[in-house]
Design a protein around this ligand. Structure first.
Ligand SMILES: *[C@@H]1O[C@H](CO)[C@@H](O)[C@H](O)[C@H]1NC(C)=O
Ligand SMILES: *[C@@H]1O[C@H](CO)[C@@H](O)[C@H](O)[C@H]1NC(C)=O
Ligand SMILES: *[C@@H]1O[C@H](CO)[C@@H](O)[C@H](O)[C@H]1NC(C)=O
Ligand SMILES: *[C@@H]1O[C@H](CO)[C@@H](O)[C@H](O)[C@H]1NC(C)=O
Length: 207
């Protein structure tokens, strides 16, 4: 074997290793504790993942986690995955959300994003529905909790469940080439808004 040839083999095996090594940012290493608010830990992990020049995963492992609110914004430098294996619980009382006008979980401006993991986004709507009168009062205070994906491209949302969102379940605005696979929306039939997935200004969204 010529030295050049050997060099090429080394190079290509290095490339393989780099591909196989998805960087994992586990929220626990950023201070997340079960049954405590993980907003800050998730945001810190998210920022590192978006800044990573190689593919990365933000992991929320199995278990039950409280999440007051999350705004996960791009752009991302390389493919990024949010792997939710556990159960994420919204605050029971919507006034506990830092930004009361915002949504519970917002995911914006990403290319090559994957949401996966088999976990559950539990909006804990049952308490809020009791206090809210939007079904009969037009000027009611809206319950702002929902999950929204805006301006995301070439992405996949799979194997996640949203449960008992306090209002609309899922909003999708301005996305391009986003595939929803095995995405489950569950809520009792008597909840105020039973719309599962709102999609607006989007192209090539496969549900
Ligand atoms: C997304 O993937 C495409 C095709 O592989 C690539 O051209 C683009 O740079 C990627 N963008 C990001 C932000 O990862
Ligand atoms: C859900 O999110 C959308 C924007 O993505 C927002 O317009 C809507 O008001 C939110 N739902 C509620 C009840 O606030
Ligand atoms: C999406 O993927 C296509 C095909 O790989 C690529 O050309 C494009 O740059 C990607 N990003 C956007 C924002 O469309
Ligand atoms: C759609 O996104 C997938 C990755 O999720 C990519 O492989 C494919 O090339 C994209 N298609 C277009 C038309 O951008």
């Amino acid at each position: 074997m010529t030295p050049t040839f050997k060099f090429l083999i080394v190079l290509s095996s290095l490339a393989c290793i780099a591909n196989a090594q998805q960087k994992v940012f586990d929220v626990r290493t950023f201070g997340a504790k079960q049954n405590a608010d993980i907003s800050q830990a998730l945001l810190s992990a998210w920022k590192e993942a978006c800044a990573s020049p190689t593919p990365s995963t933000v992991l929320i492992p199995k278990g039950t986690w409280s999440l007051k609110q999350a705004k996960l914004i791009g752009p991302n430098k390389a493919p990024v995955e949010l792997r939710v294996e556990g159960i994420l619980k919204a605050p029971l009382d919507p006034t506990q959300m830092p930004n009361k006008e915002g949504e519970w979980v917002t995911i914006n401006y990403l290319d090559n994003f994957t949401l996966s993991g088999g976990g559950v986004f539990d909006g804990q709507g049952h308490e809020a529905w009791k206090r809210n009168d939007c079904h009969k009062n037009k000027n009611c205070v809206k319950l702002p909790l929902n999950l929204s994906f805006n301006f995301i491209t070439n992405s996949t949302i799979r194997d996640v469940t949203t449960k008992d969102s306090k209002n609309f379940h899922v909003n999708v605005i301005g996305c391009y080439n986003v595939t929803f696979l095995r995405f489950t929306v569950s809520a009792p039939g008597d909840s105020p808004n039973t719309d599962g997935l709102h999609i607006a200004r989007s192209k090539n969204c496969f549900v």
